[in-house]
Write a protein of this length. Structure first.
Length: 134
């Protein structure tokens, strides 16, 4: 049995995801804003970061990414998905022009990725990113 408040939080995250994918990022943020602050979890923040980046707000996105990463690291059920939060954090750092930090986030994602094909893709992208370093 899922508590209604938790279900509502998850649904808002899914609604936000749908809006982001439909390029309705302002609607995604509006859906997220309806989640009570004490119920915002890493999944909701993941969608918020996507929307903030889509709107060209990497400064807001990196703050959300830091919080999302802190929350996901505390969630035992999400242990196998921590890598995607590092990938997302990399997007924020890169959008901010912080290439060294972006490489560090990509490296963390690579280290946490179990799937060999996905890890290979991440490694390739990490090398491309590393080439941008001064």
């Amino acid at each position: 049995f899922v508590k209604p408040v938790l279900l509502k939080t998850f649904l808002h995250g899914d609604v936000a995801k749908t809006f982001v994918e439909a390029d309705r990022v302002s609607d995604a943020l509006a859906a997220i804003d309806e989640v009570p602050q004490e119920r915002v979890d890493h999944w909701v923040l993941y969608q918020k970061i996507r929307a903030e980046l889509a709107l060209g707000n990497p400064e807001l996105a990196i703050d959300s990414a830091r919080l999302a990463l802190a929350l996901v690291e505390k969630d035992a059920k999400a242990k196998g998905r921590i890598n995607i939060y590092h990938v997302q954090q990399r997007q924020c750092w890169e959008a901010l022009g912080e290439i060294k930090k972006a490489v560090a986030s990509r490296t963390a994602a690579c280290e946490l990725t179990q799937d060999p094909k996905y890890r290979e893709q991440l490694e390739s992208k990490r090398q491309e990113l590393t080439a941008k370093l001064p």
